[in-house]
Design a protein around this ligand. Structure first.
Ligand SMILES: [Zn+2]
Length: 167
């Protein structure tokens, strides 16, 4: 049996086995996800991306984990400060993949992967130097965990980095 979840979102789901009259199914389930979405969006139709600051339709904003969900403890997973709204126009991917990271002052800086492709520079420059919206003592540690994770990934040989990124 295969667990089917949206492509690229595997990290965010946990398999749940559901027995039923037609056999057993496995579904992807994110127990805390709807509460986190409610916390961030608060019913608003337009809200800002925490990274680029653009006010965008809610449908273009992703409930992005500041610290990778797979690395979070059970307590951290339900902490509303572990997520931020990040736009699907680029910021969510740039952050998740470590092209940008956030420093201890809440400033967006170039991540260890930020120099991989010259054509990426203008996109990165548009957000680098900005202060993340709602940066606080409560989410600083999650940004730090993300920063450390990508610093560690960058320190292993490229072939391993690629394999980890694809796994
Ligand atoms: Zn954005």
């Amino acid at each position: 049996m295969v667990l089917v979840v949206p492509r690229g979102e595997e990290d965010h789901y946990e398999p749940v086995i559901i027995p039923g009259p037609d056999g057993t199914r496995i579904v992807g389930y994110r127990p805390e996800h709807s509460q986190l979405v409610d916390f961030l969006k608060k019913g608003r139709r337009i809200l800002p991306c925490a990274l680029c600051g653009r006010a965008l339709p809610a449908g273009l904003l992703v409930t992005a984990h500041i610290k990778r969900r797979a690395d979070c403890s059970d307590t951290e997973r339900v902490n509303p400060h572990v997520v931020m709204p990040a736009c699907a126009l680029g910021c969510d991917s740039l952050y998740e993949r470590g092209f940008i990271v956030v420093n201890d002052a809440g400033r967006i800086v170039r991540g260890p992967r930020g120099m991989e492709a010259p054509d990426l520079a203008p996109t990165l420059d548009a957000v680098i130097g900005r202060t993340v919206l709602n940066f606080s003592d409560q989410n600083a540690k999650f940004f730090a965990a993300h920063r450390r994770r990508h610093a560690n990934l960058a320190s292993v040989p490229t072939s391993q980095t690629v394999r980890r990124a694809l796994s």
